[in-house]
Design a protein around this ligand. Structure first.
Ligand SMILES: Cc1cc2nc3c(=O)[nH]c(=O)nc-3n(C[C@H](O)[C@H](O)[C@H](O)COP(=O)(O)O)c2cc1C
Length: 188
């Protein structure tokens, strides 16, 4: 049976251009590209994405996703076009980075109760941390899983790598890189 080509959007949350979480997500992205999927990645820290101000205008005017005019104007269409959303983040104070937090807060206008929503997307999480205890990822995992559940996403996998601090440390994490690659290869 032929594979369905998927639109994959990688949301990079590291302030480092060539960070550990980015390299991890690229192992997935490269494998998915080799399978013929359309893969696009965006570096969230390079964008002007303001915080949700809680105005709730989107709850009243669902035809206009958000009243704030910034780079989310170009990110919303990418999110809506995507079949697969892959979050890549460093662990920052035991959760995902500020740029991913800003993005996810701005998803309130695409929540499950709106006509325009992100239900049915599939999602992945790639993360890197200095702390090598599995428990260090507890907050991040809970946040990601609850966000995915709320938004109506089907989680496809998580690759969480502890014990990596300096840029490039991820190269040592061969099993994790192979797991990320396998997730890309298996994507269908
Ligand atoms: C602001 C900041 C907060 C951090 N908080 C944590 C933390 O809570 N737990 C941890 O294990 N590592 C923490 N780290 C270390 C990073 O998670 C680690 O260096 C990771 O490999 C960075 O990934 P990146 O290269 O993708 O940015 C923090 C680093 C920074 C700069």
């Amino acid at each position: 049976m032929r594979k369905k080509i998927q639109n994959v959007l990688i949301l990079l949350g590291s302030p480092r251009e060539d960070g550990n979480s980015t390299r991890l997500a690229y192992a997935f992205a490269d494998a998915a590209s080799r399978q013929g999927h359309r893969v696009q990645s965006i570096r969230l820290p390079a964008l002007d994405i303001g915080p949700c101000d809680g105005c709730r205008q989107c709850w009243k005017r669902a035809s206009e996703p958000c009243v704030i005019r910034d780079d989310m104007d170009s990110v919303y269409p990418l999110l809506l076009d995507a079949d697969v959303l892959a979050f890549a983040t460093p662990l920052h104070f035991y959760t995902w980075s500020a740029s991913i937090k800003r993005l996810t807060d701005r998803l309130v206008c695409l929540g499950p109760d709106f006509k325009r929503n992100l239900k049915g997307r599939r999602s992945l999480l790639f993360a890197a941390a200095a702390d090598d205890r599995p428990a260090a990822f507890a907050g991040l995992k809970a946040t990601y899983r609850l966000v995915a559940e709320y938004m109506g996403w089907k989680p496809l996998g998580e690759v969480l790598v502890g014990g990596v601090e300096a840029e490039g440390d991820i190269a040592r994490a061969k099993r994790a890189l192979a797991k990320a690659e396998a997730l890309g290869t298996r994507l269908s």
